[in-house]
Design a protein around this ligand. Structure first.
Ligand code: KIV
Length: 277
């Protein structure tokens, strides 16, 4: 057993990050950081490094469970990991992913989102464009903040046919911009863009007043998110947008997490080699 305090006992409490903190950061042009975590120990370390937002992502199906997609992840899995992260949380804002098919109908959407909020999420994330605007509206009206995930949406991998950049075609780019605006108008409190050309991500971020988080979406989104295992260089695959921060750390995992925070805040990450045209 380590001599350090248990991760579920906050040592140096930091002021808790809220949705309004993140909106103010966007308004001031201050970048914020988001990392995935799936357990209490990493939740605590990530918060200690100053990461603003923790995403309990359904990427856990790939990086923890060894599946080749996020589709097998269940509501029970999400509740287990969200409640673990909540116990270790040191003030980060917690977003929980709604897993595949858990928001297929209105009733499922409301019940499952409520279950994740009870487990400790402060916002839920759902994948899709215009078609999720009615769910977004339902949830927002009932006090559940929604992050809409657009661009490459891994739960639709069998329809998309591969982990490709989305929005290179000018017509697709125009429709993504229109859908992002519709989602904001429907009550979404945040947008996440995955694998989108940097020019389009910039245009969407500048067109919306809600914060936009990017992964493989260039440097101009309001925030950057990474999968923890990618940052540590232990994922089985390494997409172009990934940077191994552990390899540049002189203080192990803690140094890698702090380097991510610093490099996002001072706009060193993502660099041109991590972006798509
Ligand atoms: O599940 C996840 O970790 C995600 C990120 C890839 C953004 O959705």
């Amino acid at each position: 057993m380590s001599s350090q305090a248990s991760p579920n006992v906050p040592q140096t409490p930091r002021r808790a990050t809220t949705l309004s903190t993140l909106i103010k950061m966007k308004q001031k042009g201050e970048k914020f950081t988001c990392l995935t975590a799936y357990d209490a120990c990493f939740s605590s370390l990530v918060g200690e490094a100053g990461v603003d937002v923790i995403l309990i992502g359904d990427s856990l199906g790939m990086v923890l469970q060894g599946h080749d997609s996020t589709l097998p992840v269940t509501m029970d899995d999400m509740v287990y990991h969200i409640s673990s992260v909540k116990r270790g949380n040191r003030g980060a804002f917690l977003i929980g992913d709604m897993p595949f098919m858990s928001y297929a109908s209105e009733t499922q959407t409301l019940e499952n989102a409520a279950t994740l909020m009870r487990a400790g999420a402060q916002m839920i994330k759902i994948e899709g464009g215009a078609w999720i605007s009615s769910s977004t509206h339902l949830l927002a009206e009932r006090g559940i903040p929604v992050c809409a995930h657009m661009g490459l949406t891994p739960q639709s991998i069998n329809r998309i046919g591969g982990y490709h950049v989305q929005g290179r075609d000018p017509r697709q780019a125009q429709s993504m911009l229109a859908e992002a605006k519709l989602l904001e108008a429907s009550g979404a409190s945040m947008l996440l863009l995955e694998c989108v050309p940097q020019k389009l991500a910039k245009e969407i971020s500048e067109s919306l007043s809600i914060p936009v988080i990017g992964i493989g979406a260039g440097p101009d989104t309001d925030a950057q998110v990474m999968v923890l295992h990618d940052l540590l260089g232990i994922s089985p695959i390494t997409p172009k947008f990934v940077k191994n921060f552990l390899s540049i750390s002189d203080d192990g995992i803690r140094g890698a997490l702090s380097a991510f925070v610093q490099q996002v805040k001072n706009k060193e990450f993502p660099a041109p080699e991590h972006c798509f045209d």
